[in-house]
Design a protein around this ligand. Structure first.
Ligand SMILES: *Cc1c(COP(=O)(O)O)cnc(C)c1O
Length: 373
């Protein structure tokens, strides 16, 4: 089979989504499934929807267009504030977008007006992570402006944490955000449909026992795809962490003896003695490199250690067996490795676990099982 490849188990993605959707439902919180790390892969997106996500969130218009071309018709939110140069595409392909600039909102409104549609706006509030967001003291005035512009409708407000500055969404921050949401509702109501509290980093707060205020949505990517909570890096109870497996091929396997005297291009390297003197080691080269993924974000099988990587090669050492040329190595990826590998042109995706388990009440008339009756 072609290597390198990513094997994607859709049944695990469906399971992870369903678990999170059910746990959050009891807290009054819906799930927007974020597809940016998988470049808007339509089958993965569909598995998230099958698992109960209410809608999809994407950061790039090109990925949204990929989802639309594949026939995904449900609501999609653009979760990165739109580029001024893309307002027409945004209005055409997304039902709503997260915004921080009134100039962009005004242009989205014009674009929507041209097509006789109304584009929904979620205003992103700056809660301390210092990436995207409107300062809390300005949010009400901007919300009022949005309400006055024909072509757009104020759908909600959102916050984002733990991205640029690693600000953790604790109970106090979430209570403040909830208060902001109710103030906006008071000023611009009758009601604000979506109060989106954050991303996977919000799960410890969301699944905890403290009140959730008026927060009724989270946008989840990493937790669904990798089954981990990003702040601690811990596995989330009952979720799969191996829905994705990267498989790469061995192209060299030798017992190598480092030359006894080597000259280094950089004296600092000589001081570090990265090439040990006269030590034999079983080394293999894997045909994958920094151009394909984040090598430092890979977990190797037991007994295999990474000695280093360049743009196209990863050199590993094996303790027991000598990997044969042509054999395959299974690697697990963290978020950064996954995101880059999914976007790498030389890595193909192989989908497994595609069929949904058969449910008696979901049988349709063209189901082959019914042809026997
Ligand atoms: C990436 C992103 C998310 C999803 O983050 P995860 O940590 O993958 O859950 C949510 N919201 C915004 C605005 C994002 O950029």
């Amino acid at each position: 089979m072609t290597t390198p490849r990513i094997e994607v188990d859709l049944s695990k993605i469906r399971h992870n989504t369903r678990c999170l959707v059910e746990r959050l439902k009891s807290q009054g919180i819906s799930v927007t499934a974020v597809t940016k790390a998988v470049c808007g892969h339509p089958k993965i997106a569909q598995a998230m929807l099958d698992g109960g996500a209410v809608d999809l969130g994407e950061a790039r218009v090109s990925n949204v267009e990929r989802l639309r071309k594949a026939g995904i018709t449900g609501p999609i939110a653009l979760i990165r504030t739109p580029m001024l140069s893309q307002v027409d595409q945004v209005v055409r392909s997304c039902d709503n977008s997260y915004n921080t600039e009134i100039e962009v909102i005004a242009r989205l409104a014009e674009a929507a007006h041209k097509t006789k549609s109304v584009h929904s706006i979620i205003l992103m509030v700056e809660m301390g992570d210092m990436r995207d967001g409107i300062m809390p003291e300005n949010i009400e005035a901007i919300a009022r402006q949005v309400n006055r512009i024909p072509g757009v409708a104020l759908k909600g407000i959102g916050a984002n944490f733990a991205c640029l500055s690693g600000v953790v969404p604790d109970a106090a921050k979430m209570a403040t955000f909830s208060t902001i949401a109710s103030e906006i509702e008071g000023a611009c109501g009758p009601y604000i449909e979506t109060v989106s509290g954050g991303n996977s980093a919000n799960l410890p707060w969301a699944l905890g026992h403290l009140p959730k205020g008026c927060i009724n949505n989270l946008r989840l990517g990493e937790a669904i795809l990798l089954g981990v909570e990003p702040v601690s890096g811990n596995q989330i109870d009952g979720l799969y962490t191996d829905a994705f497996t990267l498989i790469a091929e061995v192209i060299e396997a030798k017992v190598k003896t480092a030359p006894t005297s080597v000259s280094f291009t950089d004296p600092a390297l000589a001081a570090l003695r990265l090439v040990p003197d006269n030590i034999q080691s079983v080394r293999s080269i894997i045909a994958i490199g920094e151009q394909d993924t984040d090598i430092s974000g890979l977990t190797l099988p037991k007994g295999v250690t990474c000695l280093g990587a360049t743009s196209d090669h990863m050199v590993v050492q094996t303790i027991r067996s000598h990997a044969r040329v042509g054999s395959e190595l299974k690697l697990q990826m963290n978020y950064s490795a996954l995101m880059r590998a999914m976007a790498a042109p030389d890595i193909i995706n192989v989908i497994i676990g595609e069929t949904l388990p058969w449910k008696p009440n979901s049988a349709s008339r063209d189901d082959p099982r019914l042809a026997l009756v």
